[in-house]
Design a protein around this ligand. Structure first.
Ligand SMILES: Nc1ncnc2c1ncn2[C@@H]1O[C@H](COP(=O)(O)OP(=O)(O)O)[C@@H](O)[C@H]1O
Ligand SMILES: [Mg+2]
Length: 367
């Protein structure tokens, strides 16, 4: 039994309660308030929403994952999939099949044994399919109070004619006063371009809500209890070190805890001495990914990224940093922009952070 879980949505005993946020989300869902939910990757947005809304009585959760969609047909299939996962009631599914008839839907059985609705790719590529799928979604929310979640919503920008698609979505969503639509995204700039640009169809159409770190005291207690469940004890100082190393990112915290658990034995008391072995385990699991990133770097990118990995406190545009890497401010800017676009690093306030803190540590140790 593994007491820690990462890389997936967590619920039940794997979910550290976030009572304040849960309460607010429940109230917004009941009020039919649309939200734009910001927060970095692996912070816990999807888990928070599905856990909270999924537990509400009399609230139907329609969860639509738009991660990495490329075409209108992908969009339509994800919506239909979300509808079919919302319940196992046959009458509900039948209704969805009838309403979405234009998309030539068929019922399919997924590998996990659950039913889902898949749509004909060619039919779904027709421009009218967007209207068909949005009106199906609207009708499916009419008989029961519902909360529709579009997760990783910024990926809608991958589609050709994203603007036209957004405009059409907006026109059906705006009249549904009873249904709460939650749009979540991990890439702040892209989400802002959808919700905060004055000429975007979604301009000011949803209230902003941010998911930050789990409250440290609650998270520390949760971590200690999970180690206890996994038959280990852990010093509080080690938990604080874990939270600091992972910069409070929930998924990274769980990943590090899992490695510490894996590399220790039943009844052990975990201390800082156990840290290096746990990190080695993570490095060995992720090495392929690190190497791919490193191989793709140009010499300038490599120099700047390595310096960034070591110098946690230096500002990249400080004289000291520039002297260290031997690059001009404009070269550094170009490199940082590219690394940000490739999601190797991200900017928080004015500082740059590694998207993967384990990669940062590995890179810092390599030199
Ligand atoms: N409330 C929570 N309690 C404990 N761990 C969590 C919690 N929320 C998220 N996590 C951890 O973070 C990981 C990523 O969560 P997820 O909900 O997918 O984040 P996001 O949607 O923000 O990318 C999970 O696999 C889990 O390890
Ligand atoms: Mg998510």
């Amino acid at each position: 039994m593994r007491p820690f879980k990462y890389g997936c949505v967590v619920s039940g005993e794997n979910f550290c309660p976030r009572p304040e946020l849960e309460k607010q989300l429940r109230e917004f869902a009941l009020a039919g308030q649309n939200l734009v939910i910001h927060g970095p990757r692996r912070m816990g947005k999807t888990s928070l929403i599905t856990h909270t809304i999924g537990q509400m009585k009399g609230m139907r959760l329609i969860y639509i994952d738009l991660y990495a969609i490329k075409t209108l047909s992908d969009f339509c299939s994800r919506v239909m999939k979300g509808i079919s996962k919302a319940t196992s009631e046959v009458s509900f599914l039948k209704k969805a099949l009838q309403l979405a008839f234009r998309l030539r839907p068929v019922m399919a059985v997924d590998p996990d044994g659950s039913t889902s609705i898949s749509v004909d790719t060619r039919a779904a590529e027709e421009p009218e399919s967007l209207g068909a799928v949005m009106s199906t979604l609207e009708k499916m929310t009419q008989d029961e109070k519902s909360c529709v979640v579009f997760d990783e919503f910024q990926d809608i920008l991958n589609l050709d004619n994203a603007r036209g698609i957004l405009a059409e979505m907006r026109s059906t969503i705006q009249f549904q006063e009873n249904t709460a639509y939650f749009f979540t995204g991990s890439i702040r700039n892209a989400m802002m371009s959808i919700f905060d640009d004055m000429d975007s169809p979604f301009y000011k159409s949803a209230l902003a809500f941010t998911v930050e770190e789990i409250e440290p005291r609650a998270f520390s207690a949760f971590i200690a209890s999970r180690f206890a469940k996994g038959k280990r004890r852990i010093e509080d100082a080690v938990i604080q070190r874990i939270l600091q190393f992972a910069d409070g990112v929930s998924g990274d915290v769980q990943e590090l805890c899992e490695a510490l658990w894996e590399t220790t034995e039943e009844n052990d008391e975990i201390t800082l001495v156990d840290f290096p072995k746990a990190l080695e385990l993570i490095f060995s699991r992720e090495l392929g990914g690190y190497e791919t990133v490193v191989e793709r770097l140009t010499p300038s990118q490599s120099t700047v990224l390595k310096a960034l990995a070591i110098e946690k406190t230096l500002q990249p545009y400080s004289i000291e940093f520039m002297t260290k890497v031997g690059k001009t401010a404009s070269t550094i800017r170009r490199v940082l922009d590219k690394l940000t676009a490739d999601r190797v690093i991200f900017q928080k306030k004015s500082a740059y952070h590694f998207s993967n803190p384990f990669f940062r540590e590995w890179l810092a140790r390599k030199q």
